[in-house]
Write a protein that binds this ligand. Structure first.
Ligand SMILES: [Cu+2]
Length: 106
C-alpha cells in the first residue's frame, strides 16, 4: 500500500467514520421507490435520484434519529444523505403518500 493509498483510506475513514462506507442508489420513478426497504451500515449514504420525466418529490423522515426533509426535488436531481447512527425508520414523500421506504441502519 503506497502513501497515497493510505492517505485516501485514512481520509475516507475520518470523513465517514466507516472505513468501508458505501453509497446506495434509490431511484424514484413512476411515483415509486426502486425498492421498499434497504439495509445499510452506519456511515453509509443513500443517494435519492428523481428519475421522473415531469414529477417532483419531497422526501422526508419523521424519525427522531434521522429527521430530515429534502424539500422540492425536481426531475433529474439527486440528493445524498449520510446515515451515521443505527436505527430503523421510514422515508416518505409529502406529495405522494403511497411512497414508503424503510431504511435500516446497522
Ligand atoms: Cu413523491
Amino acid at each position: 500500500m503506497n502513501a497515497l493509498c493510505r492517505l485516501t483510506l485514512l481520509a475516507s475513514f475520518l470523513f465517514s467514520g466507516n472505513l468501508y462506507a458505501a453509497t446506495y442508489d434509490i431511484i424514484m420513478k413512476n411515483r415509486e421507490f426502486s425498492q421498499t426497504e434497504i439495509m445499510i451500515n452506519r456511515g453509509d449514504s443513500i443517494r435519492f435520484l428523481n428519475a421522473e420525466e415531469n414529477t417532483e418529490h419531497n422526501l422526508f423522515s419523521l424519525s427522531k434519529v434521522y429527521p430530515f426533509e429534502i424539500s422540492q426535488q425536481l426531475p433529474g436531481i439527486d440528493v445524498t444523505i449520510p446515515f451515521r447512527k443505527g436505527g430503523s425508520f421510514e422515508v416518505e414523500c409529502a406529495i405522494h403518500p403511497t411512497m414508503h421506504l424503510r431504511v435500516m441502519v446497522k
